[in-house]
Design a protein around this ligand. Structure first.
Ligand code: FCB
Length: 470
């Protein structure tokens, strides 16, 4: 018996040679394809810190996080991962792990002053980061807007003001002139659903307004901003890819009843079609206004054509599914399932949702562009013990979601790459620093980075893949 016990504990020891690798995809997975890009993602406000440095202006997240009660534990992005000062070591860490791609975002308030003039010091920061990435042979995907709107624009109405869309096009113009040639893919916006709905519809995110009519109008101006920026990016940096990043949600019905099925459909209209229909069909889904009567945004002539500008790629962020039932009126309500696996966020682990949504989009949108999974990952309450972080749930999560991507590819969806969220633990918006999404652990008191077990295994796979293709 004594021997049996030690055999078991050996097998459970993460560093034991005898354990089969719990991450590496099977030999027939499309993930082994040489041209499938594997990378990691971050975003400016979540990692940079240095909010008052080198002429950076306040953003809506500085204001929001400084407002008591808005962010868990009163956390702010003031220091975050101090990436603004540690960027070089962070890029080296990314490259050392063998990631082939990096998705980052630019902080709009760092690179432009309130009159729209360039802020040289801020721009130079991104030039240095991109140059280092290029030196390391890393493919770069740059998002222009990952939620840090300059506060001075919010003071004039933010995304409720149509003018913000034109200011965004000016910002896209400046950045694409400055950074042309060093960006492989430009994404205009990250997750307009979150900006519009969480920012203006329920107030959980900055700027914290709560009115559904605001949400639909903000969404329209966000999408317009995207549509105005795409031709500008094309003109200034023709060789790069242009796209947008949307978060998508799987909604499943709590029962087979027609009312619950309808509720699940409306959930997906609200989470997916609200963004994808305007982009890919040039119109808002009519069902959205069945769910939210009387919230049609003000749309000017030509806007929908602008919004539906052809894309080189669509970035997809996927995290979880929501089980819903009819609310008895014209909407849906969440019915959390019992006994399912969840993450530190309380989000259900549901890889099939990613596959099913992707194959569904292919069937719905004849002009669906090539896809990059631009975010996917999970939070866990990771601790450094004896210098190691054993994040076994994340390893299994990533493995299962990559398998779902493989299944979607085999079902005919063109998926060109996958960026995990996130390279390192960071400021998780309204949840502050408590929720850890990184494959690298950050000790916020010392800024020490510790490679988690998940990063070790992803790295092992990346290096094996590279060696095979050489
Ligand atoms: C997404 C955001 C990203 C990160 C993950 C967990 O909605 O784009 O910044 O916070 O969720």
């Amino acid at each position: 018996m004594a021997n049996d016990t030690s055999a078991v504990s050996d097998a459970l020891s993460p560093h034991s040679q005898s354990v089969a690798d719990p991450f590496t995809p099977p030999a027939d997975s499309s993930l082994w394809r040489k041209n499938f890009l594997l990378g990691a993602a971050t975003a400016s406000y979540q990692i940079e810190g240095a909010v008052n440095e080198d002429g950076r202006l306040p953003s809506i997240w500085d204001t929001f996080s400084a407002t008591p009660g808005k962010v868990l534990a009163g956390d702010t992005g003031e220091v975050a991962c101090d990436h603004y000062h540690r960027w070089e070591a962070d890029v080296d860490l990314l490259a050392g792990l063998g990631f082939e791609g990096y998705r980052l975002s630019i902080a709009w308030p760092r690179v432009m002053d309130a009159a729209g003039a360039p802020n040289r010091k801020g721009i130079d920061f991104y030039k240095r980061v991109l140059a280092r990435l290029k030196e390391k042979g890393i493919t770069t995907s740059v998002t222009l807007y990952h939620w840090d709107l300059p506060q001075h624009l919010e003071d004039r109405g933010g995304w409720l003001n149509r003018d913000t869309a034109y200011r965004f096009a000016d910002y896209a113009d400046l950045m694409s002139r400055e950074l042309a040639g060093s960006v492989d893919a430009w994404a205009t916006l990250n997750e307009p659903w979150c900006s519009a709905f969480l920012g203006y519809g329920n107030g959980h995110h900055a700027p914290g307004l709560a009115d559904t009519r605001y949400a639909t109008q903000a969404m329209h101006h966000l999408l317009l901003a995207h549509g105005l920026a795409v031709p500008v990016l094309r003109a200034n940096d023709p060789a790069s890819q242009k796209g947008i990043v949307a978060n998508i949600g799987r909604g499943t019905a709590n029962s087979g009843s027609a009312a619950d099925q309808r509720a699940a459909h409306l959930f997906e209209v609200q989470h997916n079609a609200w963004i994808l229909d305007p982009l890919l069909k040039g119109s808002y889904p009519r069902d959205l206004f069945e769910l939210w009567p009387g919230t049609e945004p003000l749309v000017l002539d030509g806007d929908m054509q602008t919004i539906a500008a052809p894309l080189d790629f669509l970035g997809i962020n996927y995290y979880f599914r929501t089980n819903v039932a009819s609310d008895g009126a014209h909407g849906f309500r969440d019915v959390p399932l019992e006994g399912v696996e969840r993450t530190q966020m309380g989000w259900e682990v549901y890889p099939d949702g990613l596959r099913d949504l992707l194959t569904g989009f292919k069937a719905t949108y004849a002009n669906l562009p090539p896809i990059y999974i631009t975010e996917n990952g999970m939070a866990s309450d990771d601790k450094v013990i004896d210098g190691h972080v054993e994040d076994s749930q994340r390893i299994s999560f990533l493995k299962r979601h990559l398998a779902a991507v493989d299944q979607a590819i085999k079902a005919g969806v063109e998926i060109r790459g996958y960026f995990l969220w996130s390279l390192m633990d960071n400021f998780e918006w309204a949840f502050g620093y408590e929720r850890r999404f990184g494959v690298v652990h950050v000790d916020y008191a010392t800024q020490k980075r510790t490679i988690k077990r998940s990063a070790e295994l992803v790295s092992k796979f990346l290096k094996e893949r590279k060696a095979r293709s050489e």
